[in-house]
Each structure stands twice: as C-alpha cells, then as structure tokens.
Write a protein of this length. Structure first.
Length: 244
C-alpha cells in the first residue's frame, strides 16, 4: 500500500508545468548513463510539452540518448488523426534530431491482441527484463479517472499478469493497446502531467483519498514498486486538492 507521503506534487501555472517537468526530465537524464527509456502518454496534454521541447530545448537535451515508447496507443493506423504516434511525430519527432531507431511505436494497425504480444516482446528485448522497467513513465489522467488505456469499467486489466493488455474505450468502443498496471508500476520514475479544471475533481479523489479512489479509478492504482511518483499539475487541475 502506498503511503500518501510517497509522492511529490509540483503545482504551478500552466505554462510553467512544462518548464518544471522538463527541468525534472533533464535531471533524470543527467543522473543516468547512456540511453534512457521514456514511455509517452497520448491525448492532448503532451502536445504543449512537445511544443515546449521543440521550441526551447532543441540544443540543451541530448535527444539521441532517449528511446521513445508509449504507455498506450489507439488501434488505428499510424496516419490516423487519433493516433498517439501521429501526434507525437507531428509535434515532437519532426521538430527534433530524433531518428527512427529511437522510436518504438505500438502498431495500432495490427490486430490488437497480437500487437499487445508483439509490443511486450519489444519491451522485454529493449528494456531487458521479464517485467520491463521504464526509466520514465509519463502518464495522463482522463476525465473518468483512466490512465494509459485502462478504464474504470475494466479495472481488472490493471492487475493483468501480462506486460501489455487491450483496453476498450467505454464510449467509442475503440480498442487500445495499453501497458498493464504491473508494467506501469515497475517504472523507475512515474510522472503524471495533468492540466485543466476538468481534472480537478478526479484529482481531489485520486490524490486526496487514494485508498478509496483506487477501488474505482485506474489512475489511483499507480504506485511504483520501488520508483518515484511525481504529479506535475497546473493550478486549475490542483484547485480541489488545495482546498483540502
Ligand atoms: C490516450 C492517453 C490517455 C490520456 C488521458 C488524458 O491515449 O488518450 O494516453 O491516458 O493521457 O486520456 O488525456 P488528455 O491529456 O487529452 O486530457
């Protein structure tokens, strides 16, 4: 059981969230040798971070040392508007000196269950372990309390013994390949990046009352086995927490 003291919260203005996250990211890179493995989250929040990296950090980060993975991907082709890879390629990879050899995408165009198996093999090969451990796992929180692509109505997926699972978006029915809770919690560093008033109420439950929230929300079940957990929040997302 994770004690509430086992995580750090950085709460600041929305533009500064990306500055603080990047300072922390650079500190992890500086304290690591060789390559680091970074699992990216999808959705909209990362776009502003990627723009910040592309415009402000082209030259002060050794991007060649970063191996890029994903925490989840929609089961769509890589050129589909819903593809996390497409968004990342547009906002990040096309803007910085990052080669294809550094990018390990989940192939959304493949049959979902076969792709979950294939990606698990990629992770075991690249991260060298039966339970792959990322150096940095970046996560978001959905309005419904999901994280990666594990949704509240599929909470059992979190506890799957598999490295990767197939989630189904509760509204759209869209299949998504996602890391399981076991893989997420094996990360050395887990960093949530959450902005916006629409997340405030869920964060009040997830951060303010984890033991209750983890019965309902996958994001509340994020508790690194031995790594660090950090929350990078803007003031809107944190407003309900600050009220106590
Ligand atoms: C995805 C994500 C998902 C995301 C949350 C928050 O593929 O959509 O990985 O878990 O992080 O839904 O999304 P926003 O940043 O768009 O609010």
């Amino acid at each position: 059981m994770m004690k509430d003291t086992d995580f750090e919260i950085v709460c600041t203005t929305t533009p500064d969230v990306y500055v603080r996250f990047t300072e922390w990211f650079k500190s992890v890179l500086a304290s690591s040798d060789g390559k680091i493995s970074l699992a990216l989250s999808g959705g909209n929040t990362p776009k502003a971070l990627f723009e910040h990296w592309a415009t402000k950090h082209r030259d002060d980060v050794d991007w060649k040392r970063v191996q890029f993975f994903w925490g989840d991907e929609r089961c769509v082709p890589p050129n589909d508007e819903q593809s996390n890879y497409k968004m990342t390629k547009e906002y990040l990879f096309s803007q910085l000196p990052i080669s294809e050899r550094q990018i390990f995408r989940i192939k959304g165009e493949n049959e979902p269950f076969a792709e979950a198996e294939r990606y698990a093999d990629v992770l075991r090969r690249e991260l060298k372990g039966e339970i792959p451990s990322f150096d940095i796992m970046m996560l978001g929180v959905g309005d419904d309390g999901h994280t990666a692509s594990i949704f509240p109505n599929q909470l059992a997926l979190w506890d799957s013994p598999q490295t990767c699972v197939v989630g189904i978006h509760p509204q759209s029915g869209q299949k998504r390949v996602s890391l399981s809770g076991r893989t997420i919690n094996a990360a050395k560093n887990i960093a949530f990046l959450v902005t916006g008033k629409n997340k405030a109420e869920k964060l009040r439950e997830i951060i303010g009352n984890r033991n209750q929230a983890e019965k309902t929300y996958p994001a509340a079940k994020v508790a690194p086995q031995s790594g660090r957990l950090l929350w990078f929040l803007d003031e809107d997302a944190a407003e309900a927490i600050k009220k106590g």
